[in-house]
Design a protein around this ligand. Structure first.
Ligand SMILES: [Zn+2]
Length: 393
């Protein structure tokens, strides 16, 4: 709630309408959000880091402390906690079923690399991979074995298995299960190294909180049509405006009327023909289309019809083959939409009519200042810029 108030409180609008669903805002930029990330995903990912550390920091004092309190040495991961002792460690382990509920099995996040086998439970840890533990998969083993909490090191020696039978397998079912089990484990060899839990989410096996956090956010947030293109060259308010305009979440007359605000006339102030909504006055309005034609002509790019703001931005994001030129073109498109919005607001609220020529001029000047001051293109020649924006390269 605090973060929500902070984000919307920074907006220029005083009406405090939450224009974009919070679950969209939280999503990654790839999914059309602002990459804010949910606290829910951060919390779960941080909790899991403790489990990863527990499994890798075998000799740390805190780990010994936890094991001492919860008798955790010979317990499977879920069960590491003593249920009569609620507290921090209890909460950490409870993160595991929560993750499973939203589709993240532990085996999809970690793999166990057996070294000496002294910290990996033979029957209860998923050390063979694939998400299955040997118990309870091998039902007969429940009858045979003396100790289900034995470690891999207790059962495996170089080139042979060390069984500790309660009852020696005799009938055909038990013997075939024993053969199958021997086949499964025969490629594993124990060594001097320590057992490790490696993250499957990173290239180096280290567990990073942001890896899991991003995956959880992708699951629990709402994706939109286009990825968010957030340009550092451009002021925050323009980035935010374009992001919202692509989703038709700006205070146009039609949108305000939809939210029960009496705005009187909902026709487009620029042409009086269409309606005052983003896709019209930013893209399809005859006045806007004329200014857009000039800007495209200046860029040397053939104009084409666009159905919506999102379609227009999508075109810019995929235009051409040169990344530098494309970046300049996207900034120009952002500038064009922003100046059109300003011109529309001047007309609606101040009754000031800005000519199309002046509006197009302001796009050229404004984008030049962005590129010159924040674009990392070196010194830019104004005359070159005026002839064609890509001549500055
Ligand atoms: Zn219009």
């Amino acid at each position: 709630m605090l973060r929500r108030k902070f984000l919307w409180g920074g907006s220029e609008e005083k009406d405090k309408i939450n224009w974009v669903a919070w679950d969209v805002v939280l999503g990654s930029k790839d999914k059309g959000g602002l990459g804010v990330g949910s606290l829910y995903s951060l919390n779960l990912s941080l909790l899991l880091k403790w489990l990863w550390r527990f499994k890798n920091e075998h000799n740390s004092i805190w780990r010994r402390e936890v094991c001492g309190i919860h008798n955790g040495y010979r317990k499977p991961v879920i069960g590491l906690e003593k249920k009569t002792l609620p507290g921090v460690w209890f909460r950490i382990i409870k993160a595991i079923p929560e993750l499973v509920d939203i589709g993240f099995e532990l085996s999809s996040i970690f793999e166990i690399k057996v070294g000496s086998g002294e910290n990996t439970l033979f029957w209860l840890d998923d050390w063979l991979g694939g998400g299955d533990r040997l118990m309870p998969g091998f039902l007969c083993s429940l009858i045979w074995i003396k100790k289900k909490t034995c470690f891999v090191a207790d059962r495996m020696a170089p080139n042979k298995l060390l069984w500790d039978w309660k009852k020696f397998p005799r009938n055909p079912t038990e013997i075939s299960e024993l053969c199958l089990l021997s086949d499964l484990v025969k490629f594993t060899t124990v060594s001097e190294a320590e057992d490790k839990w490696r993250s499957k989410l990173s290239g180096d096996g280290v567990y990073y909180v942001h890896d899991l956090r991003r995956l959880i956010d992708d699951k629990v947030t709402i994706p939109t049509l286009n990825p968010t293109i957030w340009l550092l060259i451009i002021p925050l308010k323009i980035n935010c405006f374009i992001w919202r305009a692509c989703m038709d979440r700006i205070p146009s007359a039609v949108n305000l009327a939809r939210r029960g605000i009496n705005v009187g006339n909902t026709s487009c102030a620029l042409c009086n023909l269409g309606t005052d909504e983003a896709d019209h006055f930013l893209i399809n309005c005859p006045s806007t289309a004329t200014a857009m034609g000039w800007i495209f002509n200046w860029c040397g790019i053939p104009i084409q019809p666009f159905s919506s703001v999102s379609d227009f931005i999508n075109f810019a994001a995929n235009w051409g083959h040169c990344p530098k030129k494309r970046r300049i073109f996207i900034v120009i498109c952002y500038g064009l939409l922003w100046c059109t919005w300003k011109a529309r607001n001047d007309l609606v609220f101040n009754k000031v009519h800005i000519s199309l020529l002046k509006m197009a001029d302001s796009v050229v000047t404004m984008v030049f200042s962005f590129i010159a001051h924040r674009g990392n293109f070196g010194k830019i020649n104004w005359a070159n810029w005026l002839s064609c924006p890509f001549n500055i390269l």
